[in-house]
Write a protein that binds this ligand. Sequence first.
Ligand SMILES: *Cc1c(COP(=O)(O)O)cnc(C)c1O
Length: 426
Amino acid sequence: MNDHFHFQQDRLFVENVALDDIAQRFGTPCYVYSRAALIDGYRQFAEAFKGRDHLICYAVKANSNIAILNQFARLGAGFDIVSGGELQRVLAAGGTADKVVFSGVGKSEAEMRQALEAGILCFNVESPSELDRLNEVAGSMGKIAPISLRVNPDVDAKTHPYISTGLKQNKFGVAYTEAFDLYRKAAAMPHLRITGMDCHIGSQLTETSPFIAAAEKVLALVDRLAASGIVLEHLDLGGGLGICYDDETPPSIAAYAQALLGALSGRTEKLIVEPGRVLVGNAGVLLTRVEYLKHGEEKNFAIVDAAMNDLMRPALYDAYHDIVSVTRKPSPASGRGGEREVQSLIFEVVGPICETGDFLGHARQLGVAAGDVLAVMSAGAYGMSMSSNYNTRPRAAEVMVDGTVAHLIRERETVRQLYAAEKIVA
Ligand SMILES: *Cc1c(COP(=O)(O)O)cnc(C)c1O
């Protein structure tokens, strides 16, 4: 719960709109975002880095709805993309290519062409072979590709192994020990222009120390390069700042920025950061309706209409999301008469999908009845963007609330759309 999601009497509101009204109007499952929360998060970043040459490149994969991208573009954000598809989205949303950095280990030739055509700010190159390919592609187009090498600083981000990216054994970036030689090689390639250095060590970090350790290693390398005549214009220190889902205590945006600025004190390179989760995670919830309560021999199940296809994080990372009823009921003990009384029990909150991994929460104390609407909290990042159509389930609607107004920013998919591109063989 934060400023933008709060109870008024017994109803959960996003800004000035009650979530049960949104469920009624747009149906469930439904993602709901607070526009004020998005703006607030971005402004905290901008404020924290004020006075230093910087660019905040929102990591599109955290939530790529064009209404959200447009909001950040209007606030002055750049974007960190990991595919040609994301570049197309950014441009469709009103972002500009000259503020786009392109990360990812598997950029295809077509994606390189697309990005060179658009004129992006920088390619974050992740391997020697990618360097060769980019040089060739740029040459064939008569263009010069601006590049950073994504350096793997071999720092333990102390996060979930699936979202840790800065260790030697990870597939990301070029080895720290090889980066210097690779920069020398890149400097000799005719169709590349070295502009910066990049690192991104993982996601959902809850301490500043790994960021600082990575920054220090990056800076040592930057200085070594400068001594050899390769002077960089920018330092991209990636994203990864965590949020509170349960009882984590991540540093605030201000504290994180302060730590980075401390590590960079006395340096003049432009700073790029690539925040994703921290800008959108707590700005969104997933609304879902209870279809059935089922009392098994060992466990009680609240079977809801959202599933692992809508929100994959619990199934994929065993991630925790708080789950609350959007209307508080009087408990049997409270003695308030008249209203329907609901007993509070421990539930497994599960979806309709045919997988045991299809759960949204384990062992949750809830006072709910069939038909009630639940809010799965902190679902704004890596929720909708990781959703799928498994079990031929149309993807959820998305709504953005602005004060008293709820805007539909993505219609619920129809089943017909799901098989529209398929063909029966004669
Ligand atoms: C995913 C990603 C980010 C954003 O990570 P968050 O944890 O969402 O802040 C930034 N940079 C790169 C290269 C990424 O892959």
